[in-house]
Design a protein around this ligand. Sequence first.
Ligand code: FDA
Length: 394
Amino acid sequence: MERFDVVIIGAGAAGMFCAAQAGQAGCRVLLIDNGKKPGRKILMSGGGRCNFTNLYIDPAAYLSRNPHFCKSALARYGQWDFIGLVDRYGIAWHEKTLGQLFCDDSAQQIVDMLVAECEKGGVTMRLRSEVLSVGRDDDGFALALNGASVGAKKLVIASGGLSMPGLGASPFGYKIAEQFGLKVLPTRAGLVPFTLHKPLLEALQALAGVSVPAVITAADGTRFRENLLFTHRGLSGPAVLQISSYWQPGEFVSINLLPDSDLAAFLNEQRGAHPNQSLKNTLAMQLPKRLVERLQQLGQIPDVSLKQLNPREQQALVATLTEWRVQPNGTEGYRTAEVTLGGVDTDELSSRTMEARRVPGLYFIGEVMDVTGWLGGYNFQWAWSSAWACAQDL
Ligand code: FDA
């Protein structure tokens, strides 16, 4: 049996970064992945440009049953540390919006950088490798792989969540946690588009492709101000992806389609200046014409001129456009979700090292655990920060 100081399962963002750090610190590291390429999600991310971190990393941007868990790792290895690494590799980047940092050229540069860092640490990378079983032995852990048996003093699980099974996602990490008696919190898809009930979907399908700035509020009061996109299946866009992580089945969300304007004041002003102007044309000054036409066909916007719009109708119209209550039918699920909420309970882990409190030598890093960030580079930063914290202990 070949023996290593550390075996890391999952050559994604967290696994590669952890392997590189541990290798460079002198550990003999084996990095295993079931895919044929490392970092497949990194390559897909940010539209191929990888939104690798955010300028405004803040523990408040992470969902977890224990909101304090992420603080230590984010403080010890933050966005500026990773930006420093990216800069050392001469990778050009830019801020797109809301502090989101993207490569100017390609996400491949981030993968190449991580591979180079692993090579610098002498990491052995074994791709297309299935882990058949994991057990304990006198020196730590014994793993049966397809075609080989390996031993490790320490075992790091970096196998990610369930989102995008096409990119290698698997419940492997949760199963290992359960095998060792650790609690796994229920999982669900996050950062995912909403699907709609049939009548509303049919009514809105004609709007597929229309995007508007919006403020969306969840039942718990959490709100995001970003763009909302109508799609053939329902609602998407950054505002919807963000709020999806805070939404529970059966709940309503409230949508303000005119976050930048005082609609009542605008209508009063327009009525004074152009009383015969149609309400439809007036609203089209503030919203996409297709959206206004569709809402009118749905009976949400009366077919009247401004002078015919009575105060009661105006009040109802303002409520429709600024507090539009939508009850999603569900989400598109793991197939299109960017992340998985829930996972290995952080109460089982040390927030300083990511080691399982009850299983010395076993670590969980990245998305497999119950820490999930907002859209915008927060999830990769959690991968880097948790991996770095773990590597210091290997
Ligand atoms: P990750 O999923 O990266 O890696 C896990 C690895 O484990 C995979 O390589 C998988 O093949 C391997 N594995 C799983 N089971 C295994 C098994 N049984 N045996 C061996 N190997 C196994 N985040 C962000 O901050 N900015 C962004 O721009 C984006 N964009 C984005 C786009 C898309 C399309 C998706 C799906 C996701 C994002 N994300 C994102 C989220 C981000 O990709 C995610 O949070 C991190 O990749 C999580 O890193 P991990 O290393 O924990 O898991």
